[in-house]
Design a binder for this molecule. Structure first.
Ligand code: MN
Length: 259
């Protein structure tokens, strides 16, 4: 047993041969939340309320209440989040098989393009160029789009203008390609949501939600530290909170990488 692969893995972690990168943004009252037009329901911002801090309310202990929407900060999108994914069995945060919360990831670096163009869309052609260099995206992999968007401050991060948000995302034709031709497990981005800022104008609107969840795939939003990951060879750990029939939840996303 001591020579088993899990023991070797533990040794590699202890020796630093495998390192863990935290892809999670801190959660606090400044955490940016998605802004929808006024006719739609609103997500709560993250809110912390102190219960006691070694004082008369609790002399030896410190704890808080917190409140937030399921899709706040770095978070996981379950298929049930979208109407197109609502009828899959085991499509919510509490019943997705836990084996799906550990999966490899491909990281596509378009940070240069995204810096020049806030509306940059990752296309099939660009992904195929990436594949020529690093190999085909394996079925069951995450595709993470590195834009360095996570390095922006709140207003610039949401980048909301009069005509809506301007944030990079996947091209509407790329999403079905990744879901069907590559059979990925999901899509991850550094923006506040998985879709591009202008995706409400796309056909279909919000393709990374409608098509990904329509194929029982997942999403990860508001990721950071993607610049610390190699193009291939990362293993992601992404368990959401076990909210009964949850559509998603804030998530501590960890990436295991070979040092
Ligand atoms: Mn979401």
């Amino acid at each position: 047993m001591s020579q088993g692969s899990l023991a070797q893995f533990a040794q590699a972690l202890a020796s630093g041969e495998i390192r863990i990168v935290d892809l999670t943004q801190p959660l606090n009252s400044s955490t940016a939340t998605i802004q929808l037009p006024p006719e739609f329901g609103k997500t709560w911002p993250f809110r912390l309320e102190e219960i006691s801090k070694y004082d008369s309310r609790g002399p030896a202990w410190y704890w808080n209440n917190f409140a937030c929407g399921e899709h706040t900060g770095t978070h996981f999108d379950a298929p049930i989040h979208w109407v197109s994914g609502k009828d899959y069995p085991k499509n919510a945060t509490d019943d997705i098989p836990v084996g799906k919360f550990v999966a490899p990831a491909c990281v596509i670096d378009v940070s240069q393009e995204a810096t020049k163009d806030a509306d940059f869309l990752l296309t099939i052609e660009r992904v195929k160029r990436w594949e020529q260099e690093y190999g085909r995206i394996d079925a069951g992999s995450w595709v993470l789009m590195r834009t360095d968007w996570s390095k922006r401050e709140s207003a610039e991060f949401l980048n909301m203008k009069e005509d809506g948000a301007h944030v990079p995302g996947p091209h509407p034709e790329l999403v079905p390609f990744l879901a069907k031709e590559r059979d990925v497990i999901g899509w991850g981005s550094e923006g506040v949501g998985t879709d591009a800022g202008q995706a409400f104008r796309f056909d279909p609107p919000f393709p990374c939600h409608s098509i990904m969840h329509g194929h029982n795939k997942f999403g990860l939003a508001s990721l950071c530290n993607l610049d610390q990951l190699p193009p291939k060879g990362t293993l992601l750990i992404t368990p959401p909170l076990k909210i009964t029939k949850g559509s998603g939840s804030p998530c501590r996303v960890l990436a295991l990488v070979q040092a």
